[in-house]
Design a protein around this ligand. Structure first.
Ligand code: NI
Length: 181
């Protein structure tokens, strides 16, 4: 397993629509393992393949409360509960909404409240390539919607006010110039 570089706003690849995966084979599983380690290391609770510059419809997430915190402190988390999703699709959303303060590993240190459906059903292929469906609520529901957005080139800042969005994009453009990207 190896840590991968996470691409940052305003990298235009983040706006790409990712391609469906044809078959869940060892190369896909290796990619998911790399994504998971990169996510834990960051630390974060979700990562889409495009965030490591791979335009495939693959998401990993782990919203178990301790995983990312423990990892940040250099400890092995007591319990990891990773979910691997290939070709995930939202198949149902609740009318009820919920608001979470979201962040994104590609937009570090920026957080904003986003309203989304409170519950969702998501169909996907698991690590073994089997079709599954999960029903999620709470933080997992938000995380899944955020990550599936990434596969369609959508970022959480697209769900906030235009003024705030333009401000954060400008800030990251400035930082990219300073880094010489
Ligand atoms: Ni994100």
């Amino acid at each position: 397993m190896s840590l991968q570089n996470i691409i940052l706003l305003p990298d235009t690849r983040l706006r790409q629509v990712s391609e469906p995966v044809g078959m869940v084979d060892d190369s896909v599983r290796k990619l998911m393992d790399d994504m998971l380690e990169t996510m834990y290391d960051a630390p974060g609770i979700g990562l889409a393949a495009i965030q490591i510059a791979v335009a495939k419809r693959i998401v990993v997430c782990d919203v178990s409360p301790r995983a990312s915190e423990e990892e940040a402190e250099g400890n092995v988390p007591a319990e990891r509960e990773p979910i691997f999703l290939v070709n995930p699709e939202v198949t149902w959303v609740s009318d009820e909404k919920s608001v979470y303060e979201e962040g994104c590993l590609s937009i570090p240190e920026f957080y904003a409240e986003v309203e989304r459906p409170a519950r969702v059903k998501v169909g996907f292929l698991n690590r073994a390539g089997e079709r599954q469906e999960i029903e999620a609520d709470g933080l997992l529901a938000t995380c899944l919607q955020h990550e599936i957005d990434h596969l369609n080139g959508v970022l959480f800042i697209d769900h906030i006010s235009r003024l705030k969005r333009e401000r954060v994009i400008k800030k990251f453009e400035k930082e990219a110039r300073r880094r010489g990207d």
